[in-house]
Write a protein that binds this ligand. Structure first.
Ligand code: NAP
Length: 289
C-alpha cells in the first residue's frame, strides 16, 4: 500500500494522478487528508481516504496501518512547528512498520545557511531525523516550482513586464507535474532506499532570461524590472497576498537573487527516463493561451 500525505495539495494530487497514470490500482493508493470534506474526488475514483493531521500523532498511527511506502509531503501549516509535525509523521510510520518513507525536501545550496533561515531549515532537520530513525528513506530535494513563476512575477506580466527583486540569480524551475512523476517513480520502482535525489531542471534561468523566453513566446518585448523589496511586497499585497505571505515571497526573491537555488545538479532525467519538460515549453502552456 502506498500512502500520500498532503493529498489535497498541488503536489499530492499530481502525485496521485501520476500513480494512476502508471497503472497503480486504486486499492493500492491511500490519500491522507486532514479535512475529509476535500476528499470527494479521491473517493469517487475508489482511492482509499484516511484522515490525519501532522499535529495529531494518534490519527497518523491509525492512518498508517498496513502502509508499505509513505510519501511525506512537507507541511504547509504552522511554519514554526513543521519539524515537529514531520517528526510525528516519521515516528508514526516507524511505529506502524512502514517500510520506506519518501520526503519532499527543498533543493538549496545550503538550507542551514540560507537567508530564509528557519523558513527552510526545518527541511534539513527533517532530513537529518529521517537518516537517524532507521527506516529506509528517500529524499526528494525539490527546487522551486515553475508554477510559482506567475505568482512571483507580478500581475499581467505580458503587459506590465516581470517585476521581482531577484537580481541575476538563476533557479532551475521545474513544473509540479514533473516532480509528481519523479515521486511516482520512486514509489513504484526498486532501488531508491537511502538515496537523495535533486529534483530540478538541468538548466537554471534568471528572471531576465525568463523575460526573454516570454518575449520569444509572445512576440512582444517583456521587460524585467527589479522593484525595491518594500514595493515588491506592496505589489504582492495588491495582488491579494496577505502581508505575511508577501514578505515570505519577498524573502524567496532575495534567496533567488543570491543564487541559493542554483545548485547545478539534477537527477530528474535518470528517474523519469526522459528529459523533463523545458521551461520555455512550460511557459508556453501558460502564456500562449
Ligand atoms: N518547491 C516549491 O516551490 C514549493 C512551493 C510551495 C510550497 N512548497 C512546499 O511543498 C509542499 C507541497 O507543495 P504544494 O504546492 O502541494 O502545497 P499545498 O498545495 O499548500 O498543499 C499542502 C498539503 O499539506 C497538507 N497539510 C498542511 N498542513 C497539514 C497538517 N498539519 N496535517 C496534514 N496535512 C497538512 C494540506 O492540507 P489542506 O488541504 O487541508 O490544507 C495540503 O494537502 C508545501 O506544503 C510546502 O512545504 C514547495
Amino acid at each position: 500500500m502506498i500512502l500520500v500525505t498532503g493529498a489535497t495539495g498541488n503536489l499530492g494530487k499530481a502525485t496521485i494522478n501520476s500513480l494512476l497514470n502508471k497503472g497503480i490500482a486504486v486499492n493500492n493508493i491511500t490519500a491522507l487528508v486532514r479535512d475529509k470534506t476535500k476528499a470527494a474526488e479521491f473517493k469517487s475514483k475508489g482511492i482509499q481516504v484516511k484522515v490525519g493531521d501532522y499535529e495529531d500523532f494518534g490519527s497518523l498511527k491509525s492512518a498508517f496501518q498496513g502502509v508499505d511506502k509513505l510519501l511525506l509531503i512537507s507541511s504547509s501549516s504552522d511554519i514554526a512547528n513543521r519539524f515537529e509535525q514531520h517528526k510525528n509523521v516519521i515516528n508514526a510510520a516507524k511505529e506502524t512498520d512502514v517500510k520506506h518513507i519518501i520526503y519532499t525536501s527543498f533543493d538549496m545550496k545550503n538550507l542551514q545557511q540560507s537567508i530564509m533561515g528557519k523558513e527552510v531549515q526545518y527541511h534539513a532537520h527533517t532530513a537529518a531525523y529521517l537518516k537517524q530513525i532507521a527506516v529506509p528513506y528517500t529524499l526528494m530535494d525539490n527546487t522551486m516550482y515553475a508554477d510559482m513563476i506567475p505568482f512571483l512575477s507580478g500581475k499581467d506580466i505580458l503587459n506590465n513586464g516581470i517585476s521581482i527583486p531577484a537580481g541575476d540569480g538563476k533557479t532551475p524551475f521545474l513544473p509540479i507535474t514533473e516532480m509528481a512523476e519523479a515521486n511516482a517513480v520512486v514509489l513504484t520502482t526498486q532501488g531508491h532506499e537511502n538515496k537523495e535525489y535533486i529534483i530540478a531542471a538541468e538548466t537554471a534561468f534568471s528572471f531576465a532570461e525568463i523575460a526573454h523566453l516570454l518575449s520569444d513566446i509572445t512576440g512582444k518585448t517583456i521587460a524585467y524590472y527589479q522593484p525595491k523589496v518594500s514595493s515588491y511586497i506592496a505589489q504582492l499585497v495588491q495582488e491579494g497576498f496577505s502581508e505575511d505571505d508577501a514578505a515570505y515571497l519577498a524573502r524567496f526573491a532575495g534567496a533567488i537573487a543570491k543564487g541559493e537555488f542554483d545548485t547545478n545538479k539534477s537527477d530528474v532525467k535518470q528517474l523519469l527516463g526522459r528529459s523533463p519538460i523545458g521551461l520555455k515549453d512550460f511557459l508556453r502552456t501558460i502564456y500562449s493561451k
